[in-house]
Design a protein around this ligand. Structure first.
Ligand SMILES: [Zn+2]
Length: 259
């Protein structure tokens, strides 16, 4: 029983191949057709058939590779399955791939809907599905205790800062992850972007990200959007992510207005 991590040239987006008993489970296989083909090839080299594909959330860069595995069962959390079944995720895959000029396997499908908050038998593995809203409303983490591994989707990235669709959801998710990393840590934490982490490294990132979101909330409460824009990011980030920082401020303003 083993696992391997793969990284796309775009945004250090991570894929996983989990292998046991001649079967393989691909998690977020991505992004370009050539990159996804390498994952499939690696499974073959290991003598394993890819029987399942898991998706952590419906963002295009995480579901664009499912189509490369037509014989596998495409499984995902309930809210992700809804976005895929509606065609919304597929439309985004087509649109983004064209925008970035990347050849991708195609729009995703869903074959099996996973209840979140429960463990599931996925091929040879037992996979716990944890709700992780924050980056998107549909985020699902997968914990595989047989491999001492937690895949967290687009949270806990050493290469990025939080991109929050809901700041209150994101803070709640980070608090839950911090508790998990302190009291029941997996050996390996695999974020959707950036390097794989040990649990202590993941905890450091989670605490820094929560401190950033706490500071953002406080700043917006006291000084509005302008004060929010002045809150420093938890780690250096590429300049082309300025619009994500602005989106966090907007999400924070919306949270306080609704509250
Ligand atoms: Zn992503």
């Amino acid at each position: 029983m083993t696992f391997e991590r793969f990284e796309s040239a775009l945004w250090q987006t991570a894929s996983l191949l989990l292998v046991a008993d001649g079967e393989a489970v691909a998690v977020d296989p991505c992004i370009s057709s050539a990159e996804v083909a390498l994952i499939a090839e690696r499974a073959r080299a290991l003598g394993a058939r890819v029987t399942h594909v898991l998706a952590t959330h419906a963002d295009w860069d995480h579901v664009c590779g499912i189509a490369a595995f037509p014989d596998a069962v495409a499984a995902m959390g309930e809210p992700t399955a809804e976005l895929v079944a509606s065609g919304a995720a597929g439309a985004r895959v087509v649109e983004r791939a064209a925008k970035y000029g990347i050849d991708v396997p195609g729009p995703p499908r869903v074959d099996r809907v996973l209840a979140v908050g429960r463990a599931h038998r996925i091929g040879p593995l037992t996979v716990e599905a944890l709700a992780l809203p924050g980056h998107t409303p549909d985020g699902t983490a997968y914990r595989i205790r047989q491999l001492d591994l937690l895949a967290v989707g687009d949270h806990l990235s050493a290469a990025e800062f939080p991109f929050a669709s809901s700041t209150v959801d994101y803070r709640t998710t980070l608090a839950a992850l911090i508790d998990l990393l302190r009291t029941d840590p997996p050996a390996h934490v695999v974020p959707g972007h950036g390097p794989m982490l040990r649990s202590e490294q993941a905890l450091t990132i989670a605490e820094a990200d929560l401190a950033y979101l706490d500071a953002l909330r406080e700043a917006v409460r006291a000084g509005g959007a302008e004060a929010g824009r002045a809150v420093p990011l938890p780690r250096p980030a590429p300049p082309d992510l300025a619009e994500m920082q602005a989106a966090n401020v907007e999400a924070q303003v919306a949270e306080l207005l609704q509250g």
